[in-house]
Design a protein around this ligand. Sequence first.
Ligand SMILES: Cc1cc2nc3c(=O)[nH]c(=O)nc-3n(C[C@H](O)[C@H](O)[C@H](O)COP(=O)(O)O)c2cc1C
Length: 168
Amino acid sequence: MADRILVAYATRYGSTAEVAEAIGDELRKAGVAVDVRPVSEVQDLSPYRAAIIGSPIYMGKWLPESQVFIERNQQHLRSIPVAYFAVGLTVADGGPEALRKAEASMDQVRMLVNPVDAGIFPGRLESGRLSLPDRTIIKLIRAKTGDFRNWEAVRAWAEAVRSKIAPA
Ligand SMILES: Cc1cc2nc3c(=O)[nH]c(=O)nc-3n(C[C@H](O)[C@H](O)[C@H](O)COP(=O)(O)O)c2cc1C
C-alpha cells in the first residue's frame, strides 16, 4: 500500500540535502512515514502517497537531476499530491525581483506536474567548499557568502504542506 511520503532532492554541496532532511524530520514529528532520498536513488514510486521534490538554484535553474526525475516520473507524480521546494541565495535579501527569479526556476517543473505548494528557501554558499569553476563564477558576480538557511521557515512550510498532502 502507498502509505509513505517521499522527500527527494538534488544537491551539489549538501545544503539542499540538509533542507530536505529538516522537511523529513518535521513530517515524522507528525507521525508520517517518510523517506528522504537523493533523486538519483529513487527507482520506485509505488510506496509513496505523496512526494516533495527539491533542488538548489544554479544560474537561475534547477539542477537537471531533479528536473529529469520529474520528467521521467511525471505520469505517476500526476496521480499523487506533489510539492516543490527551491533553495537559492538571491532570495536571502528578500526583494520581489529575486523572489520572481527564484519562482521562475520552477516554471519547467510546474508545467510537467502541477504542485499543491512550492516553497523557496535561502541556502548556503561557502567559497571554500566550491569547485574551481563555481568559485570563479561566485567571484565574478560578487555573490555574498554564508549560511542563510532559515530552519524555522523550512519547518513551518513542511507542516503547512503536510496538512495539505497528509491531513491528520
Ligand atoms: C555557481 C553558482 C551559481 C548559483 N546561482 C544561483 C542563482 O542563480 N540563484 C540563486 O538564488 N542562487 C544561486 N546560487 C546559490 C545556490 O543556490 C546556494 O548556494 C544553494 O544553497 C546551493 O545548494 P547545494 O549546497 O544543495 O548545492 C549559485 C551558487 C553557485 C555556486
